[in-house]
Design a protein around this ligand. Structure first.
Ligand code: FA5
Length: 357
């Protein structure tokens, strides 16, 4: 008895469907297309074998084979669709671009992204010099009461020395009782008060900060400028200690080639007092417009603390003594970098600023 060529058709269909499902790469599925649904496929071979059947059996077998082909073709098409979609997603994932990166990469950043101003970096350098000499760094308010800015510094109202500082008054409280500090010296008073109340004498500290005066800006003056105050309160302090600190500072900050001198001066809160000057670095002492033809530039004032100031804050002048100094930070920057006119520090000319990056 002859067997039908389609005897194992359903097993063959099951095997083909499983084979199709087993592909997980589109390329491999496409490669196998001819052997699954093409001319070299098992179903095509069966098609050819139907020729030996009688017409009725052939028609019947042809219909079954067609149905089998439809199932396999559909499964193949579906699998191809799934694998194509997977391949597309994989490609998209690979081509994915982080727009954040694109924006950052396409912005042309300026060659220089800014830096501390010359005054700020000078302040830091000065702090470093004094810290290396054993000083701490302290801070104080820019708006002061008349008492801290003047009275506690031995400058009572109507004292002629008030004329040394052309003052900006703040409209607050009684007239002329609140000021924009004209110097950093009031911070000395805060520091001494704190040390007395917390019993932390001695003091070795510098106090940098912004000051304000109704000065007309010129080659050596600004209306808003910076000072660095120094204060030492300890046992047995004399003018010689002050002179030693100033000499050490000058060598450390300006180098050994710059000459400095102390000239007798008057400040109501120190006695004796002095003005600290260095050779003008612009003309090297020859005389120029910046130093008003004197060959010297004043960097600050200094002196031994007046006992009246110590007693105003409750420090026993029989036990403790001290000295103070106040240097112009802008002046130090000007001399260190040979800037003929101090107003350049505030004009924000990029060609000037870029020299100090
Ligand atoms: C004082 O301000 C005193 N408080 C200094 C002092 C402190 C004396 C402690 C004794 C003890 P004077 O007014 O001279 O002093 O200012 C000190 C320095 O600040 C000047 O030498 C200068 O370098 C700087 N300075 C003063 N006014 C200006 C200004 N308008 N612009 C820029 N720098 C200035």
């Amino acid at each position: 008895m002859s067997t039908s060529p389609l005897e194992n058709l359903s097993q063959e269909v099951t095997r083909l469907l499983a084979t199709i499902e087993s592909f997980d790469s589109l390329a491999a599925l496409v490669d196998a297309e001819a052997s699954i649904i093409g001319k070299r496929s098992a179903l095509s071979s069966l098609q050819k074998s139907l020729g030996s059947l009688d017409p009725d059996a052939r028609r019947d077998a042809g219909a079954r084979l067609q149905e089998a082909r439809r199932l396999v073709d559909d499964a193949f098409a579906k699998r191809r669709e799934v694998l194509s979609a997977n391949a597309r997603s994989a490609q998209l994932e690979q081509d994915r671009i982080d727009l954040g990166d694109v924006v950052v990469a396409s912005i042309r950043w300026p060659a220089s992204t800014g830096h501390a101003s010359l005054v700020a970096s000078t302040q830091r350098e000065l702090e470093d010099v004094f810290v290396s000499m054993g000083f701490t760094v302290s801070d104080g308010p820019e708006v002061e009461s008349d008492w801290y800015n003047f009275e506690a510094l031995n400058i009572p109202p109507a004292h002629p020395a008030r004329g040394m500082w052309d003052t900006f008054y703040v409209e607050l409280g009684e007239p002329e009782t609140v000021v924009l500090r004209t110097h950093t010296s009031p911070t000395q008073i805060h520091l001494m008060e704190n040390a007395v109340s917390s019993s932390t004498l001695p003091i070795h500290s510098v106090m940098p900060g912004r000051c304000f005066r109704r000065d007309t800006p010129d080659a050596r003056h600004l209306a808003t400028f910076h000072q660095i105050e120094g204060l030492v309160v300890d046992r047995g302090i004399t003018f010689a200690d002050l002179a030693g600190v100033i000499e050490t500072f000058t060598r450390a900050y300006f180098g050994p080639d710059i000459s400095s001198r102390l000239r007798p001066a008057y400040f109501p809160f120190t006695e004796p007092s002095a003005e600290f000057e260095i050779t003008c670095t612009i003309c090297r002492g020859e005389g120029c417009r910046t130093c008003s033809q004197t060959g010297w530039i004043e960097l600050g004032g200094c002196g031994v603390l007046d006992p009246a100031v110590l007693s105003a804050v409750g420090i026993d002048g029989e036990v403790w003594s001290g000295f103070a100094f106040g240097f112009g930070i802008d002046r130090c920057a000007q001399m260190r970098h040979q800037i003929a006119d101090m107003r350049a520090l505030t004009e924000n000319d990029v060609r000037f600023l870029e020299q100090f990056s």
